[in-house]
Design a protein around this ligand. Structure first.
Ligand SMILES: Nc1nc2c([nH]c(=O)n2[C@@H]2O[C@H](COP(=O)(O)OP(=O)(O)OP(=O)(O)O)[C@@H](O)[C@H]2O)c(=O)[nH]1
Ligand SMILES: [Mg+2]
Length: 316
């Protein structure tokens, strides 16, 4: 991999939930486009140190609390950059353009109206995705299954993958439509672990491709307005998912898991190494739960996915 220009940038939120963006001066690289404030790491600086310094220099605020959001390797024609993107949830001072640049607080849903550099696309996706991703599990019957989904959505589940390899297509479609009613009401996203053509029968928010299905496509099999999730287990599959334009991937098994006995776990170091070059939000999967979310994010992941940790167990 060629040497990347290492840049720290921040998604700063105010107490109204708005996000701070700044306009790059017309005369610099990517001039006229909007950006998240930040800049190049000075020698010997960590990403976090550069973040604090750049935010003070560029927009006059002092960072009080920040956590990693996503790391993006991107190659522009003239240079390669590594964007080390943080979320800043607490700061002091009043933001203004200290270098004379325009700055603006915008609602998250309005960010898409602004033109950002090409490398920023995954940031906008990562921002819209939660830090945990529930994969549905079993139940005694359909009624109990829907009840479990309802319970999960009432806790804090915002992203659901409907996985049920033992249902016929008819049963799958019927249950998916019932699930969709619940997720829509809860404002959660529903992805179907099924053939992409199922979207003709269920207007779900997207598709999750198993590794097997992933290998059948040379280009993105669903429209841009739907979410594409892919299951990956090695670096080659991560590259395939990226090439398909995946909006998120699961990477597994990070730890040993009861659902896949006998499969050698990858471990956290391998998780980190494999996902580092992939500019797609990655959920760590396999034997993990809520307590692992911080670690997954610290290693460059979007968060944690799982069945057991999130799907209500036992009777509900
Ligand atoms: N700060 C920032 N840089 C970005 C974003 N997206 C993106 O591709 N970049 C790229 O990352 C590099 C950041 O450089 P910069 O111009 O902010 O660096 P800097 O603040 O240290 O500027 P300086 O060279 O004037 O001291 C540029 O090549 C820019 O195009 C973004 O959202 N924020
Ligand atoms: Mg800058």
């Amino acid at each position: 991999m060629p040497k990347h220009l290492h840049v720290a940038a921040a998604v700063v939120r105010n107490d109204k939930g708005e996000i701070l963006i700044a306009r790059r001066p017309a005369t610099v690289d990517q001039g006229g486009l909007w950006e998240f404030p930040g800049g190049k790491l000075a020698p010997y600086e960590t990403g976090r140190q550069a973040l604090d310094r750049e935010l003070c220099e560029e927009v006059g605020i002092q960072v009080e609390s920040a956590s990693p959001l996503i790391r993006i390797h991107h190659r522009y024609p003239e240079r390669a950059v590594l964007l080390d993107v943080w979320q800043v949830s607490a700061f002091s001072g009043e933001a203004y353009g200290r270098e004379g640049q325009a700055v603006r607080w915008v609602k998250e849903e309005d960010l898409s109206q602004y033109s950002f550099p090409e490398a920023n696309k995954p940031i906008l996706k990562a921002l819209r995705l939660p830090d945990h991703y529930m994969i549905t599990g079993d139940a005694e019957n359909e009624e109990q299954w829907l009840q479990k989904l309802h319970v999960a959505l009432n806790t804090d589940i915002e992203l659901v993958q409907f996985r049920a390899h033992d249902l016929s297509e008819e049963e799958f479609v019927k249950r998916a439509n019932a699930a969709l009613e619940l997720t829509r009401k809860a404002g959660a996203l529903l992805l179907l672990n099924a053939e992409p053509s199922i979207l003709d029968r269920v207007d779900a928010d997207g598709i999750h491709l198993t590794t097997e299905r992933l290998s059948h496509y040379a280009s993105r099999p669903i429209p841009a307005g739907k979410w594409l999730s892919c299951a990956c287990h090695n670096p080659t599959q991560l590259q395939m998912a990226q090439a398909l334009g995946a909006d998120m991937v699961t990477y597994s098994p990070v730890l040993a898991t009861e659902s896949h006995p006998g499969v050698e776990p990858l471990g956290w170091q391998e998780f980190h190494n494999a996902i580092e070059p992939i500019p797609v939000p990655v959920y760590a999967l396999g034997g993990l739960g809520r307590a692992d979310i911080r670690r997954a994010r610290g290693l460059g992941g979007q968060g944690v996915a799982g069945i057991r940790a999130f799907w209500p167990q036992g009777a509900v």
